[in-house]
Ligand binder design. Structure first.
Ligand SMILES: *Cc1c(COP(=O)(O)O)cnc(C)c1O
Length: 388
């Protein structure tokens, strides 16, 4: 008798041998610049909570009030029985932040990408996708059934060459890109991408997951930061990073959003965002708009960290970054794990990111507006000991 499940154990063993094995670590208490990790207080450089809003009392109170008013669950999909006034308010707030005609909230950013991409293109169409795009863009592309071609990271010339060769053979074409690349921290070349989209009659979908609330004068994201507000494009984002809640969104023209309400399967056939998550995200957008000082503090922290690293660890290989995500390239998965473990022992939480998530191993540091100078000092001092 052979065991049809035996391959799972063998696969796990292979993952272990490559030092690619991953498991969860339990966090206790409220999220913030410091957290309790397995009983030990650590400085948190592993969170996407860039503005420190996930533990903000105003979000907490908004979520509690929503639960008390509406209950815990949304109890149905938006088109059946799950739609609430809160959803409408949140979508209006997102559209106002993004300065788009309309917006649609999904249960997660991942589902927003899957739903939008599969609704927009199909078998007769072409997708061109940056090689470093987030998993949700890659899997959305596969699920859509369109022909998918990946172009080298941020390589506008290579993209143009592909468009020249391929565009004419397909009905519609969709270009997919992260705006802030989540495991690198660099930005997409948005202006040239928009120009290429115009030139070759393509749609452009930009994933603002790590940019919303963080980049741009009003916190609208990379599109605002790079001066592209008002240009025709499809913007995706999440409510779960700088906005400290859970959920995702698409922002764009009124007709795009109307179409998605009728055609995006991950929006139509899933339960509406919970009242608590919806209310917390709505409170977060108000704070993003009313408290630009949070963004300023985040950027000040980032400049301080970069300056210290340059002075004290000039030989460190930093990946190019224009965001609060800073990656230190390391030689191997084993080395990345060693450094990350040493940091944890010293009270600093910064994860090793390894293949297959990324092509090369690295230590990923993400900064928060609520980090204090002494947190950053401690990080650099420990990096000096572990790598310097
Ligand atoms: C985190 C992330 C997502 C997924 O968002 P969730 O709301 O966590 O599902 C999508 N795209 C990018 C680029 C991300 O970093």
């Amino acid at each position: 008798m052979t065991d049809p499940y035996a391959w799972i154990e063998e696969s796990l063993a292979t993952i272990h041998r490559a030092d690619w094995y991953r498991s969860v670590q339990t966090i206790h208490g409220k999220s913030g610049a410091t957290v309790l990790l397995a009983g030990q207080e650590v400085i948190n450089f592993a969170s996407n909570d860039y503005l420190g809003l996930a533990g903000d009392e105003r979000l907490i109170q908004a979520a509690i009030a929503a639960i008390q008013e509406c209950g815990t669950g949304s109890t149905g999909s938006r088109l059946l029985s799950g739609h609430r006034e809160l959803h409408k308010k949140l979508e209006e707030a997102i559209a106002s932040l993004k300065q788009t005609e309309d917006a649609l909230v999904f249960s997660s950013g991942y589902l927003a990408n899957l739903g939008a991409i599969t609704a927009l293109v199909g078998k007769r169409d072409l997708i061109l996708s940056d090689r470093y795009n987030h998993s949700s863009l890659k899997n959305g592309a596969i699920l859509s059934g369109a022909k998918v071609i990946e172009y080298p990271h941020c390589d506008v010339a290579a993209l143009k060459a592909q468009l020249s060769q391929q565009r004419q053979h397909y009905r519609r074409c969709l270009i997919l890109t992260d705006s802030v690349f989540s495991m690198d921290g660099d930005l997409c070349p948005l202006l040239p991408l928009l120009d290429l989209a115009d030139e070759f009659n393509c749609m452009l979908l930009v994933d603002e997951a790590h940019a919303t609330g963080v980049l741009g004068k009003t916190g609208a994201g990379c599109v605002e930061h790079l001066g592209c507000t008002g240009r025709q494009l499809i913007q995706i984002g999440t409510l779960s990073k700088a906005l400290g809640s859970l959920g995702g969104y698409v922002a764009g023209s009124a007709s795009l959003i109307d179409f998605l309400r009728n055609r995006a399967p991950t929006w139509i056939y899933t339960t509406a965002l919970s009242p608590a998550d919806t209310a917390a995200a709505l409170a977060a957008i108000e704070i993003v708009q009313q408290e630009p000082q949070r963004r300023l503090k985040l950027w000040r922290n980032l400049n301080y960290l970069k300056q210290l690293l340059q002075q004290q660890l000039p030989n460190l290989k930093l990946l190019p970054s224009e965001s609060p995500i800073l990656c230190l390239q390391l030689l191997s998965a084993t080395e990345a794990l060693r450094v990350s473990k040493e940091l944890t022992k010293a009270g600093i939480f910064a994860p090793a990111i390894r293949p297959p998530t990324v092509p090369t191993s690295r230590l990923r540091i993400s900064l928060m507006a609520t980090h204090q100078a002494q947190h950053i000092d401690k990080l650099v001092a420990q990096l000096h000991k572990s790598i310097g």
